[in-house]
Design a binder for this molecule. Structure first.
Ligand code: 4NP
Length: 159
C-alpha cells in the first residue's frame, strides 16, 4: 500500500505525517507500506523539513531530518493508493491537478480518518509557535494510528 501526505510547503505538516505514518507502520510490523510526502509551494524545493517540525517529531522519537521537499505531480495519482491532504487549500490544489473522478477517489483529508466527513484541517503551524507543531503532531498521530487500525492491519490480513 502506498500513501502520500500532502500540504502546502512540504516542510511542516506533510513531512511530520510521512514520519508518523512510517513509524506507525513499522510499529505494526507492516513492511509493505510505502509513505511519501509533497507540497505545492516551491520556495523550499529540495530543503529539509522546518527545524521546528524536526524537533516536534524528535520529541516523539521520530527522525524526519533526511526528508527533502518535493512538489506534487500528476503521476502521483497513478503511484499512490491514498493521498491525504491537511486542509482545504491542499484539497483544492490536488483537485486542480486531477484528470478525472477516479484520481479524486484517492484523495481525502487526513483528519477525516478520525472525524469522518468533517473536512477538518491540520492547522498550518508555519507562522506560529512551537506549540502549533506539537498540536499538529498530535492530530496527525491520532489519524495515522486510526488509519493503521482500520486499513493497514485489515489490508495485511488480506495479503
Ligand atoms: P506546511 O507549512 O504546508 O505545513 O509545510 C508551510 C510551510 C511553508 C510555507 C507555507 C506553509 N511557505 O509559504 O513557505
Amino acid at each position: 500500500m502506498k500513501i502520500l501526505m500532502v500540504c502546502l510547503g512540504n516542510i511542516c505538516r506533510s513531512p511530520m505525517a510521512e514520519g508518523v505514518m512510517k513509524q506507525v507502520a513499522e510499529d505494526h510490523g507492516l513492511a509493505h507500506v510505502f509513505v511519501d510526502s509533497c507540497g505545492f509551494e516551491s520556495y523550499h524545493l529540495g530543503d529539509a523539513p522546518d527545524k521546528r517540525a524536526v524537533k516536534a517529531c524528535k520529541n516523539h522519537q521520530i527522525d524526519i531530518s533526511n526528508q527533502r521537499q518535493r512538489l506534487f505531480k500528476v503521476s502521483d495519482f497513478d503511484i499512490f493508493d491514498y493521498i491525504f491532504v491537511m486542509d482545504s487549500n491542499n484539497y483544492n490544489d490536488v483537485r486542480r491537478m486531477a484528470r478525472n473522478e477516479q484520481d479524486m477517489k484517492k484523495v481525502d483529508y487526513l483528519l477525516n480518518v478520525v472525524y469522518p466527513n468533517s473536512n477538518k484541517a491540520v492547522p498550518d503551524p508555519y507562522y506560529g509557535s512551537d506549540d502549533g507543531f506539537e498540536n499538529a503532531f498530535l492530530l496527525i498521530e491520532k489519524a495515522c494510528k486510526q488509519f493503521a487500525k482500520e486499513k493497514l492491519l485489515v489490508q495485511q490480513k488480506k495479503d
